[in-house]
Design a protein around this ligand. Structure first.
Ligand SMILES: [Mn+2]
Length: 376
């Protein structure tokens, strides 16, 4: 007999997006759309006639409103008889204010065993109580039992000796003899074991919430099949292809006009990204002017005409141009130094003399630019 699992994690219902680089209204929109992502996962579990829907932590970001808790409960209730088990990650509320139907199992902080005898499943699950746990799952070794599926659910950082996010020793898990370890915490999916024999996996987030860690939005459909002591495990990736967080670096080479820079930005993203995704343009290299780029003016040139959403980060430095620096410094030593040296270079009597003067100009400007007073 087989076992079918839909494995997800890190959905972050109610995430605030403050400081994520999105406008407040963009954050509000994505917060609403993430509910549709959860709906998609639930519908998949129903259509696939999955036995279990495992949510491996960070289902929520802090306490939800009563209306949102109800919405979550309804989504899970509708897919019965699929059994939903969710463990708590660092961002889930530790207090349970929800009323959950029979097919939903919210694992309270700590380590807990669930039995689903009609499905031959023993499920071990651990919920966060604190970032550091004095005794966790590693205290426990399930007894090898033929014919029963041994499943483990954890939220934390695998194979990192020092982590503030609950270190998980994968070697210890391998020796426990569990059939599948469903992990949450990393935004990017990761698997342990070769194809057909994957014994542990991070689900990855089905809905990214950050430019820093966009991941690969989706979830797993896991099929286990047992024959005696051996267990076949197949993983299939389902993408949740709504919006993504896409960041591009754009190297400027002295561009100055806002329209020109806007065109460079637009050309750096595919039309699909521009139409649908949260885009971030990180401008690097050299800009034409000394003044910083006006990101808001630039953004208005591109949103909403060419982008659905765009965040601009200016990390450019002014293009080093002797003429521009001289013009910007007419009354100090820096400007007068450039003027004098340019005059002498023009009048240089030999190639050798000109080279010497040019390197003196470069060294002098470099020193003066980095001095506080610019030789005033
Ligand atoms: Mn986490």
């Amino acid at each position: 007999m087989g076992l079918k699992i839909v494995h997800t994690a890190d959905i972050h219902l109610g995430h605030s997006f403050e400081g994520a680089g999105l406008l407040p209204e963009e954050g509000a929109l994505w917060r609403q759309e993430i509910w549709q992502v959860l709906d998609q996962i639930c519908q998949c579990a129903k259509e696939e006639k999955a036995d279990l829907l495992l949510v491996c932590g960070n289902l929520m970001d802090g306490e939800l409103s009563p209306a949102d808790r109800e919405r979550c409960r309804d989504l899970f209730q509708e897919i019965a008889p699929v059994q939903v088990v969710w463990i708590l990650g660092e961002s889930d509320p530790k207090e349970d204010l929800g009323e959950w139907p029979d097919n939903v199992h919210r694992v309270p902080p700590g380590f807990k065993r669930y039995d689903f005898p009609e499905k031959d499943v023993v499920l071990w699950a651990e919920s966060w109580s604190d970032a550091v746990w004095p005794d966790g799952f590693s205290q426990f070794i399930p007894k090898a039992s033929q014919g029963q599926f041994q499943i483990l659910m954890l939220h934390g950082e695998a194979d990192q000796e020092v982590s503030q996010y609950h270190s998980i020793d994968m070697q210890a898990i391998l020796q426990m003899g569990i059939d599948y370890c469903a992990l949450g915490h990393r935004n990017h999916p990761t698997c342990w074991g070769r194809e057909g024999a994957v014994w542990a996996a991070y689900a990855g987030s089905p809905a990214s919430v950050s430019f820093e860690d966009p991941g690969d939005p989706g979830f797993w459909i896991v099929e286990l099949e047992k024959e005696g002591t051996s267990c076949l495990r197949r993983l299939q990736r389902r993408q949740t292809g709504r919006r993504r967080f896409v960041s591009q670096e754009i190297m400027l080479r002295g561009e100055q006009e806002a329209e020109t820079i806007a065109d460079r930005i637009a050309a750096s993203f595919s039309s699909g990204n521009r139409r649908r995704d949260f885009c971030r343009a990180v401008l690097r290299g050299e800009r034409g002017g000394f003044l910083p780029i006006d990101a808001e003016t630039l953004r208005r040139l591109l949103v909403p005409s060419r982008f659905f959403s765009l965040t601009i980060v200016d990390q450019t430095t002014p293009e080093l141009s002797y003429d521009r620096i001289r013009e910007a410094n007419p009354d100090n030593l820096l400007g007068r130094y450039i003027e004098t040296m340019q005059e002498r270079i023009r009048k240089a009597g030999s190639e050798r003399e000109r080279e010497l003067l040019e390197s003196a100009l470069a060294a002098g400007v470099e020193a003066l630019l980095h001095s506080q007073e610019k030789g005033r």
